[in-house]
Ligand binder design. Structure first.
Ligand SMILES: CC(C)(COP(=O)(O)OP(=O)(O)OC[C@H]1O[C@@H](n2cnc3c(N)ncnc32)[C@H](O)[C@@H]1OP(=O)(O)O)[C@@H](O)C(=O)NCCC(=O)NCCS
Length: 303
């Protein structure tokens, strides 16, 4: 354990820290949005109770599987001890993934984040590859660049899906836990490492759609609105089919997002444009030891 000159202690995260870290994370990202989102965009909102619950469940699980990858920063004041930063990460096969990372607004830019990231990175010391989805915060991007990551801009598409343009989608079916081996194989081919137990978590949170034919295989996790959360496939045709199936399930009156699209995945831009959605950019896919996966739309924290 290390102590900064500012009376900040970096120590392993404990189970009782998780709900406090979640509130800190929600506050930190809301503050970031208020600071950086263009005025013409809708007013930023904090994390919904449903998403907060998922954050806590996911992080508690990561503490069990990857305790060495999860750290907090604790500040001692006259009023007691307060949690002011956190970094959670997992190692999956030869891949290290930074899942969530934040320092309380007002204390940022003073070196707390650097120490947290160093502690979490140590968990991935045996990994050849690393990935994380970086926010648009210049402080975060600087940290990742100094840690040896290459930045790949992320696009996203948003809007209501025009029903008139939906194609007939064939060769897809609902997935289940019985598809985990298949999905791990597709993960290894696309991003170089399987998600392993993360598939169990994702299955509990989202609808799974699978395509498995003689010419290609792939899967997509879809949230309740029809937004894809993680998509991987062995070829573009299969990926395109899965993305259309996700969009087809969306409510025509609700905005859907296709997030985390890198330039290596123009097929996803083609689908979103054909569905008459808007194209924007936000943040970066930060990579070490690998190229942007394709055909692939990464998950924001499990990547
Ligand atoms: C990203 C984050 C966790 C980093 O923690 P931190 O304590 O601020 O990080 P550090 O102070 O160690 O490093 C920040 C770096 O940015 C530099 N910096 C400060 N202000 C800056 C600015 N306006 N523009 C660019 N760089 C800046 C600092 O000097 C430092 O670089 P250095 O080590 O070379 O001097 C924190 O800023 C944060 O919570 N941001 C909002 C949430 C977020 O984006 N999280 C990451 C999700 S991917």
């Amino acid at each position: 354990m290390t102590t900064t000159p500012d009376d900040v202690l970096i120590r392993p995260m404990r189970d009782e820290d998780v709900p406090v870290a979640e509130r800190l994370s929600s506050h930190t990202f809301l503050e970031l949005d208020l600071r950086t989102v263009p005025r013409s965009w809708p007013e930023p909102e904090g994390r919904s109770p449903g998403r907060a619950e998922k954050w806590v469940e996911r992080t508690r699980r990561q503490l069990v599987t990857d305790g060495g990858g999860c750290w907090v920063a604790e500040l001692s004041t006259d009023h007691g001890v307060e949690l002011v930063g956190y970094a959670t990460s997992v190692a999956r096969e030869l891949m290290w993934v930074l899942c969530s990372y934040g320092v309380r607004p007002g204390l940022q830019g003073r070196g707390i984040g650097r120490q947290l990231l160093e502690a979490a990175t140590h968990h991935g010391r045996g990994c050849l590859r690393a990935m994380l989805s970086a926010s648009r915060d210049p402080l975060a991007v600087r940290r990742y660049h100094q840690a040896g990551f290459t930045m790949h801009p992320q696009m996203y598409l948003t809007g209501q899906v025009d029903r008139a343009v939906l194609p007939v989608v064939e060769k897809v079916r609902e997935g289940s836990a019985g598809d985990i081996d298949l999905m791990n194989s597709v993960d290894r081919l696309t991003r170089g490492a399987a998600h392993l137990g993360d598939h169990e978590l994702l299955l509990g949170h989202y609808r799974l759609v699978v395509s498995d034919t003689s010419t290609g295989a792939g899967y997509v996790y879809v949230d309740g609105l029809g937004s894809p959360q993680l998509l991987a496939a062995t070829n573009r045709r299969t990926a395109t089919r899965l993305l259309w199936e996700a969009l087809a399930a969306s409510d025509p009156l609700v905005n859907v997002d296709i997030a985390h699209v890198t330039a290596a995945n123009p097929w996803a831009v083609d689908v979103g444009m054909a569905a008459r959605m808007e194209l924007h950019t936000s943040g970066y896919l930060a990579l070490r030891g690998m190229k942007p996966p394709t055909p692939y739309l990464h998950h924001g924290s499990l990547l």
